[in-house]
Design a binder for this molecule. Sequence first.
Ligand SMILES: Nc1ncnc2c1ncn2[C@@H]1O[C@H](COP(=O)(O)OP(=O)(O)OP(=O)(O)O)[C@@H](O)[C@H]1O
Ligand SMILES: [Mg+2]
Length: 471
Amino acid sequence: MIDHKNKLNSDKFIYKDNDILIEVLDNISDAVMINNADAVIVYVNKAYEKILGIPAHKAIGTKLREVEPGAIAIKVMDTGVASHNIVDYIRTANINAVGFSFPIFDSSNKIKGSVSIFNDVTEIKKLKDELNISKEVTKYYQLELEKKHLSQSFSEYICSNYKTKEMLFLASKVAKTDSTVLIRGESGVGKEVLARAIYNESKRNKMPFIKVNCASIPENLLESELFGYDDGAFTGAKKGGKLGKFELAQGGTIFLDEIGDMTFNMQAKILRVLQEKEIERVGGTKTIHLDVRVIAATNRNLESMIEEGTFRSDLYYRLNVVPLNIPPLRERKDDVLIIARNILEKFNKDSAEKITLSTDVIRVLQNYDWPGNIRELQNVLEHANIVRVSNQIEVSDLSKYLLVKNYEEYNELEIKHFKSYNFKENIEVIEKELISEALNRNNNNKSKAIRELGISRRAFYEKLSKYGFEL
Ligand SMILES: Nc1ncnc2c1ncn2[C@@H]1O[C@H](COP(=O)(O)OP(=O)(O)OP(=O)(O)O)[C@@H](O)[C@H]1O
Ligand SMILES: [Mg+2]
């Protein structure tokens, strides 16, 4: 203590012979450090020696600007503003300290030094870091648990967006019931994937899952497709009759895809089946009782169809027991990358290569609006996966039309080509460029160019003549 006092006095920095003050400073558990106007340490207390492991005689005289240029004490002197409760890493002692630091002024209001009072929080910081790590781990396990909760069938439905997750959660709950489900969403959002996941998760998963695409079957055949027919029901009918999709789905699930594309007349028949839970085969007399769960899907706006009088409101209410709306990809951009990576993994599942996306590619994918949703993303990645030259997908591997949408960012495309905002004109510029590139690449071999471009020979020659290429 005498030692301290002498040093303190010798610097004539604070009151001489102030034994009481020194006594107080040496008996507090916080480290105290005083610097002069040149940011040279002129005093440290005993707690400082203990906490930093640096004896006073070594600390005193230290030029802070040289050894701890980032110290809070320096900032305080440079700014003249006190600093409170900031965690500061003290390099020389390898500790994290928290406390406060304030400037001291002389009578003419000039900074004559600073006082720092702090304590070691390394342990606390370590604990905090550990806590953060365990929080991360907990989050990971929670997510895993959530996935388990969503079960195998739904964990294959890749998503990280919270709106999609909420929808999936509802889907997983309804899957276990026999309720009719109506899946809504734009083309390519994954309505069929979801329908299958619901089926896999249901208690009917050992029984059939029968898909009917209501849009692709001609009206005159749809009835016999759905309800089957009896022997001799109509000319050309197969001998012995035929089972309809509903009967094939007995005990299981029928997936009525594109239900919005069904004619008004058929809608009435479907409604009857849903209400009565029985069918009659075409040309048959017997009533067949059905035990079939119905999942329907559509990308059409059923509400406006009802207003227009093209969709029956009674069928709509029957189907809309549990509506599941899959948001379009542009409304869940946070799903784009996770789905893209999953698709790439699937494409390359038999190879040891791990395919990555360059940061520019990531930006393009996230900037794009994906009108064709996940199906379009899949097509874009399939193309990129084929043309890539390394195991990293680059912007040059992407279909050029994607870049048009991103053209403000990507001048590789030579924006000067685009003389207007007119969509058609710009598409023409690109078509011309693609054809010219394909011909160049293939030494003017037209058949090879056609194959690469993936268009018909006729379309190719039409475009050659349209854009004035040599025929
Ligand atoms: N969450 C997902 N993760 C990975 N791939 C997905 C996901 N959802 C859909 N897909 C893929 O996207 C494509 C389109 O999905 P799906 O056929 O289910 O869409 P849809 O909504 O029924 O489209 P449409 O209205 O055109 O019939 C499929 O190839 C499917 O495998
Ligand atoms: Mg579909």
